[in-house]
Unconditional design. Structure first.
Length: 368
């Protein structure tokens, strides 16, 4: 009886010992499995350790600003500077109602889990960045010798995360421009509306200024045209009065000078050259003008006082005064007859401010 009891107790001890060994082995097996880490979520920078001894910086800084990364799984992250709109006051940038963000970058990343114990391999845009996971919510990433400490921020709402990602994705500048955006969206929309209102006001001011300048220009042109018209009308009246009040002996003397010129060897030779289709040289035109001034001294000056003349218009007027026909003018000036006719009628309208025929202009020129 006693012997049986001892055997029973021995078997029971063996069973307990075997169970304890299994538990220990299972615990060892679980510890030997490497931890699986993930970057997914929102991470904020809390500390930067520089290679210079005793040089470090805590974040958020005095202005309430820190760096924020939003990881989409372990493949890409959106990075921006984020700060509260009330610097100097202790606020959590993740939960503050009003914050300002400055888009920084969008980067492709890779997190490769190792089979054995140790930290995974981490790359940003293909470059290795030593990473060390202190826990599932804390890690350090080394870049250009600086060790940045990051903490997983679970407080940020999904709506704000989506909003920040959209802003970063749509507002990255290759020129290095740092643009600021106010969150929440209502504040940013209000800021955009104010900016649009200012732009509209500036545009309206420019339009008003341009309209005022255009009106002033129109008034200025109208005044000049009116003054010019009055001046031309006064000159025409003066010329008409001079002809009417000119004494008969003076008229006869002027007619005699003109008649002598029209029968002079110079004039007859010039008409023969024109009739033969010979082109005049520049010195021929100058000599013609000088000869005509001896017969009609005030002709050229009065003509230019009436209106501005191009070289073609002036030469047409000289030829009219010399009784050259339109067809001969066309050949001499290398123009069509219709062009010569248009020049004459246009000159009449320019001087008299009304439409008139080319022959009406010829009559006016011959009367000067």
């Amino acid at each position: 009886m006693k012997k049986g009891y001892l055997c029973h107790m021995t078997n029971k001890s063996y069973m307990l010992l075997a169970a304890l060994v299994c538990v220990i082995l299972a615990g060892c097996s679980r510890k030997s499995e490497p931890d699986k880490y993930s970057l997914s979520g929102v991470w904020v920078m809390t500390h930067a350790e520089y290679p210079v001894p005793e040089l470090s910086e805590d974040f958020p800084d005095a202005d309430g600003e820190t760096l924020c990364r939003i990881y989409e799984g372990d493949s890409v992250f959106y990075e921006c500077w984020i700060r509260t709109m009330k610097p100097g006051q202790p606020q959590n940038v993740m939960t503050a109602s009003d914050v300002i963000i400055v888009p920084k970058s969008k980067c492709v990343c890779t997190l490769i889990q190792k089979d054995g114990a140790g930290n995974p391999l981490y790359l940003e845009d293909g470059s290795v960045r030593p990473v060390r996971f202190l826990s599932n919510t804390s890690m350090t990433i080394q870049k250009v010798g600086i060790v940045f400490s990051w903490t997983l921020a679970k407080e940020m709402k999904q709506e704000r995360i989506a909003e920040i990602k959209e802003i970063i994705a749509n507002n990255l500048s290759s020129a290095g421009e740092m643009r600021q955006f106010v969150l929440p969206t209502t504040e940013r929309q209000l800021e955009a509306a104010n900016s649009q209102l200012k732009t509209t006001a500036h545009t309206l001011a420019y339009i008003i200024i341009i309209l005022v300048l255009v009106v002033l220009l129109i008034v200025y042109v109208a005044i000049n045209v009116s003054r010019k018209k009055q001046r031309v009308e006064q000159q025409l009246r003066q010329m008409s009065e001079e002809r009417e009040l000119r004494p008969q002996p003076v008229r006869q003397a002027m007619a005699k000078v003109e008649e002598d010129f029209l029968h002079s060897e110079f004039y007859l030779s010039l008409r023969r050259r024109i009739a033969a289709g010979e082109m005049l040289r520049e010195e021929d035109w100058k000599e013609m003008e000088q000869r005509m001034k001896s017969v009609w001294p005030a002709f050229s000056n009065r003509l230019f006082d009436l209106c501005h003349l191009s070289e073609l218009e002036y030469r047409v007027c000289l030829l009219i005064k010399l009784r050259v026909s339109p067809s001969e003018m066309a050949a001499l000036l290398s123009k069509d007859t219709s062009t010569i006719s248009t020049v004459r009628s246009r000159l009449y309208q320019k001087v008299f401010q009304r439409k008139g025929s080319s022959k009406a202009w010829d009559s006016f020129i011959l009367s000067m």
